[in-house]
Design a protein around this ligand. Structure first.
Ligand SMILES: [Fe+2]
Length: 257
């Protein structure tokens, strides 16, 4: 991590002061400073090799198809049916609202095809441990930890992805890798994930407002874990971008997701 990046994120102690929840989210985003993530910097300055980028996207597919599973797990732990409903709606939306065609994994698959990746090639790329680490962190937060943590983790990831989607989509066009009208998935999520993030944050807001200092502490823990986990995934993908692991035989499912 660059010195500049560290300096841009001043250290401060985690606070349990009952301030505005949304201010906390903004503060964590600013402190994480993910636009300086080397993955996004290289995409923006044109130094990201196209084939390396495509390899990272093949791997990212395995994060996309897994995401609805920790989401379903954390939804089950939310104690009120009314609050659970919005998260379940997201889980349903991730599954294309019942249509195979619109499932989020499918739109990402279509993007990979447009970038020249065949299903055969996809099947021959083993899952990188960096992506399994990301998926396992989400599982840990959503299954083993309390629901305030898992909800915060997923909310923060959705929030960051709304912005990161836009950045990646625009970079793909700017590099001339695809024309604007061939971008899929990233264009949709730029708008959609602001709403998705807010659905998670709506679960947390009453606990932030009316809960104890300990509740607020746990909420902040989850938000910060989400920010670090997602930022780290991109850093890891960037670091491993020149890796070319290929299986002799394609596997249909690397994740059984
Ligand atoms: Fe989403």
């Amino acid at each position: 991590m660059s010195k500049v990046r560290e300096e841009a994120s001043p250290e401060r102690a985690a606070s349990v002061t009952p301030g505005a929840f949304d201010e906390l989210v903004e503060r964590i985003l600013a402190e994480t400073d993910y636009p300086k993530n080397p993955f996004l910097v290289a995409l923006a300055d044109g130094s990201f090799d196209r084939d390396d980028f495509v390899e990272t996207q093949i791997q990212f597919y395995n994060a996309v198809i897994f995401f609805s599973r920790p989401m379903a797990a954390v939804a089950a732990k939310i104690p009120s049916a009314r609050q659970r409903r919005e998260i379940l709606r997201n889980v349903w939306e991730e599954h294309g609202e019942g249509s195979d065609h619109d499932a989020h994994g499918e739109t990402f698959l279509a993007l990979l095809e447009r970038l020249g990746v065949s299903e055969e090639e996809l099947g021959r790329r083993p899952l990188w441990p960096e992506v399994r680490l990301f998926n396992t962190a989400l599982t840990g937060a959503c299954v083993m930890d309390e629901f305030l943590v898992g909800t915060g983790v997923l909310g923060m990831i959705e929030r960051m992805f709304s912005d990161i989607s836009g950045r990646i989509g625009r970079a793909i066009v700017a590099q001339g890798w695809l024309p604007a009208d061939r971008i899929i998935h990233y264009d949709l999520h730029e708008e959609l994930d602001i709403k998705h993030a807010d659905d998670f944050f709506e679960v947390l807001r009453p606990f932030w407002r009316d809960g104890t200092d300990e509740d607020r502490y746990v909420i902040e823990q989850g938000l910060r874990l989400g920010a670090v986990t997602f930022d780290t995934l991109y850093e890891h993908l960037y670091r491993a971008r020149t890796r070319r692991w290929v299986l002799d035989q394609p596997l249909e499912r690397h994740l059984r997701a």
